[in-house]
Each structure stands twice: as C-alpha cells, then as structure tokens.
Design a protein around this ligand. Structure first.
Ligand SMILES: [Zn+2]
Length: 335
C-alpha cells in the first residue's frame, strides 16, 4: 500500500487515550515549567516493561499537568498532531483518575477548551469521552455522569470504561447504572472489553452496560455466536493492532483483525496510546493493509465504519463522509 495514499486519506480515530498522546518534548516542557525532575534522561523517558511499569509511567506523565493551562496545551497539541496525520475527526478518551493534580471539574473543561481553540485554528475536530476506571465504585461513577449531564458541552460526547477487565464481573454491577444513565441522557457509551477479558466480557459490555461499540473486542473471535451478533447488529469494534501485539498476540499474522473484517463486523483501526507505543495511525493502517492484503477500497471502508460509529451529530458525519468521498474521487475509488 502506498504511503502517500494512507497519509492523504482523511482519517478518523475513535480509540485513543489522551494520557498516551504526550510526546517527549511536551513531557520535558511540562516538567521544566512545573519544576519536576525527570526520573531518567530524556532519550530514555518513554520506556517500560510490563503493565505495572506502564501504569507507573502513565501516572507520572499525567502528574506533570498541574493547572488548566497545561491541560489546554496538551489538548491543543494533540489536535495539531492529529492534523499532521490527516486525522479529520477524533474521539479522545481521558480517565480523570490518572490526573492526580487536577480535579475533573477543572481538567475536563480545560481539555474541551483546548480542543475548541485548536478546531478554531483549523486543526482536527476533537471530541472527548470521559473514561471510568474498572475499580471505581457505583457512587463515583454516578457522580461523574451527573457532572457530565450538568456540564454539557458540544465536544463532550460520551462515557467509557478502561482498566483491568479481569475486574469486569464485579465492576459491571457497580457501573451499570451510571452507563444507562449516561446513555439515556444522550451520551455515547463505549466499553473496553475482549482484551484482558475473554469473549464473555464483550457480551456483558453489550448486555449489562449497554455499550454501543467496543474498544478492542478482539477476543470475541473465540465465540461464534457473538461474532454472528456483532455482524448482524453491526456493532463496531475499535481495534488497536500494535497495542494488542504487546500483550495478546505474538505477531500481526496471528491477530484476528483480518478475520473480523472478513466477517463483515464494522471494525476500525486505532492507536490506543500512540506516544507510549511509539506508533501513529498511518503506520497502523500500513501494518494492517500489509498483513491482511487490504487495498485502497478496504481502507476507505474502515474509515466509513469509523464515521458511522462516531458519537457526533449527523451533520458532522455528513461533512466527514463528504471529505472521504472527495478523496475517493481523486483516487477513482467507488464510494
Ligand atoms: Zn484503550
């Protein structure tokens, strides 16, 4: 697949965590501004081995954000970066439990403002999903959703949950009321499942939490009935290839993305934590097209899947589709 096609393709990203988008330069800049010593030399800053190490690094990075201007800055920086990848629209998750120095009532409005400023300056159209942690309680989850309901913003689109899915059996009982309250209030709801949990985690996310789409979901591949359901009900799976190669599959050939696509399940390709993984969306699309023999039309189909799966309004979707269609005309691809 030609890099030039992938680079120019108007793209959508739906599974990305703001916590994983801070590049080394921004990390150093924030550390210097806030008088925080780097734990190791700049060149070795983003290194980790195993999940515990990864979470420690992530929490340290987030602890550098000390005030609203820091939060606005990193939101703006992400939108700028995304535009460089020709990502025209992104739904970015943030999990307030990681940002220890700022309460969510301050963090979220400043992130939204950063996105708004960036869009006004012609950068990527970024929206925010607030992510709960699997270990949070019913009370904390409901408090979060009620805050979202009373602090509505056109860029605040939904609720998600991430963290260790092994805890999902008990945590679904804690979180389901918050999820249904968010959904009934018109927010989109998405759930990390089928990564550190087996296929049953995906079924529970759909049935207990009312998930409208699934982040990862790749382990659904072990359950034929679930696969049929995902295809028939057209439930989107927001897949992250390289992220799964770290924990789940030894190589891209063993990853089920190609099979899920063949089954007609509306999959999308995403980066999860691009800076921490040292990847970008163009590279992930190149990796996937090489592994599964996808052509230009296949990549356009993935982007159409992503636009359909987005939580934004129909007018925004129409605009995104028109940008894709214009690109297809240039490359003579049936839309
Ligand atoms: Zn994720």
């Amino acid at each position: 697949m030609e890099q030039i096609f992938i680079k120019g393709l108007p793209k959508v990203e739906l599974h990305i965590h703001l916590e994983g988008t801070l590049d080394t330069n921004l990390i150093v800049e924030l550390a210097e501004k806030n008088g925080i010593r780097l734990p190791r030399p700049k060149e070795e800053l983003i290194t980790f081995s195993g999940l515990a190490d990864f979470l420690e690094l992530l929490n340290w990075i987030c602890s550098l954000v000390r005030d609203g201007s820091d939060a606005r800055r990193l939101a703006y920086r992400f939108a700028q970066y995304a535009s460089g990848q020709n990502i025209m629209y992104a739904e970015v998750m943030t999990n307030p439990t990681h940002w220890k120095a700022l309460p969510y009532s301050e963090l979220i409005p400043h992130i939204l403002e950063g996105f708004e400023q960036a869009y006004g300056d012609g950068y990527c159209d970024c929206r925010l999903l607030v992510s709960l942690l699997r270990s949070q309680t019913r009370r904390e989850a409901l408090e979060m959703v009620r805050w979202m309901k009373t602090n509505r913003h056109p860029r605040l689109l939904g609720l998600s949950v991430d963290g260790n899915e092994a805890e999902s059996e008990s945590s679904n009982r804690e979180l389901y009321e918050a999820f249904w309250e968010a959904k009934n209030a018109g927010f989109g709801v998405t759930v990390h499942a089928g990564e550190s949990s087996p296929a049953a985690g995906v079924t529970e996310a759909l049935d207990l939490l009312g998930a409208m789409r699934i982040d990862h979901g790749v382990r659904a591949v072990a359950d034929e009935r679930l696969l049929k359901r995902l295809s028939e009900e057209q439930i989107p799976l927001n897949v992250c290839l390289t992220s799964n190669l770290v924990e789940l599959y030894p190589g891209v050939d063993q990853h089920p993305l190609g099979k899920l696509y063949e089954l007609g399940i509306p999959v999308t390709v995403n980066t999860d934590d691009p800076e921490l993984l040292g990847i970008d969306l163009c590279g992930e699309l190149e990796l996937a097209s090489g592994a599964y023999g996808w052509d230009r039309a296949d990549l356009v189909r993935l982007e159409k899947n992503a636009v359909r799966a987005a939580f934004c309004d129909e007018e925004t979707k129409a605009l995104l589709f028109s940008k894709l269609e214009a690109y297809c005309r240039i490359w003579r691809i049936a839309f």
